[in-house]
Ligand binder design. Structure first.
Ligand code: IMP
Length: 198
C-alpha cells in the first residue's frame, strides 16, 4: 500500500456534486486540494467497462497531466431487477442528445423499466488515487437501498431524490450533506481509502 505525502492533491472530477462531497471528506486531512477544472485539465472519455477502470483512467489522466497525485471517483446506481443497470452507464442515462443532462428523465426511466415490487438498488463508488508514475490505489463503497417514484427532495445531486438507503425513510434528496455522508457509497469508499491519506 502506498501512502500519500502531505501537499497538493488534484480532485479529478468535473461533477460539482461529487466535488462538494469530496471537499468535506478531505477537509480533515490537511491536503491542499486543487480541482481538475482550475488546472484546465480536460475531462477524459470514460471508455472503461468497470467503475475501477474508469476511476483509474480519470485519476491517471489528471496525475500525468498535472505532475501531482490525483483522486477520482467513478460511481453509479445498480438496479437489481435491471441486472445492475445503469451501473457504469449511470451518467449516460441522463445524457441529452444536445449534451446537457436530464436526471428527471433518467429517474423516470428506472421507474418505468423496473417492474419489481422490491425496487432494490445500490449506489456504488470506486475511488482511484493515482500518482504521476502510474501507481494507483483503489477503494470501493456500497450503499444498499430502494428507489422511490416520484423523486423526493431537492438536496444532493444526480439520482439522490429517488434513492432511499436501508434503515431510512427519507431519500438522499431529503438529507443534508452530513446526513447523506453517514450512509453514502462515496463516504464508505473514502473511509476505505483513508489509511493511504495523511
Ligand atoms: P461518473 O462517475 O462520472 O461516470 O457518473 C456517475 C453517475 O452516477 C452520475 O450520473 C451521477 O449523478 C450518479 N451518481 C453517482 N454518485 C451519486 C450520488 O451520490 N448521488 C446521486 N447520483 C450519483
Amino acid at each position: 500500500m502506498r501512502r500519500l505525502a502531505p501537499g497538493r492533491l488534484v480532485l479529478a472530477t468535473h461533477n460539482a456534486g461529487k466535488a462538494r462531497e469530496f471537499a468535506a471528506l478531505l477537509a480533515p486531512h490537511g491536503l491542499e486540494v486543487v480541482s481538475a477544472a482550475s488546472l484546465g485539465l480536460p475531462e477524459p472519455e470514460e471508455t472503461g467497462e468497470t467503475f475501477a477502470a474508469n476511476a483509474a483512467l480519470k485519476a491517471l489522466a489528471a496525475a500525468r497531466a498535472s505532475g501531482l497525485p490525483a483522486l477520482a471517483d467513478d460511481s453509479g446506481l445498480e438496479v437489481a431487477a435491471l441486472g445492475g443497470a445503469p451501473g457504469v452507464r449511470t451518467a449516460d442515462w441522463a445524457m441529452l442528445p444536445g449534451g446537457g443532462r436530464d436526471y428527471g428523465a433518467a429517474m423516470a426511466r428506472i421507474a418505468r423499466e423496473d417492474a419489481s415490487a422490491e425496487r432494490r438498488c445500490a449506489f456504488v463508488a470506486v475511488l482511484a488515487l493515482a500518482w504521476p508514475d502510474g501507481h494507483v490505489e483503489h477503494a470501493k463503497g456500497h450503499c444498499e437501498g430502494h428507489w422511490v417514484a416520484p423523486p423526493r427532495g431537492t438536496l444532493g445531486f444526480g439520482y439522490d431524490p429517488m434513492f432511499v438507503p436501508d434503515g431510512e425513510a427519507r431519500s438522499f434528496g431529503e438529507m443534508a450533506p452530513e446526513e447523506k455522508a453517514r450512509f453514502s457509497h462515496r463516504a464508505r469508499a473514502f473511509a476505505a481509502l483513508a489509511a493511504r491519506l495523511p
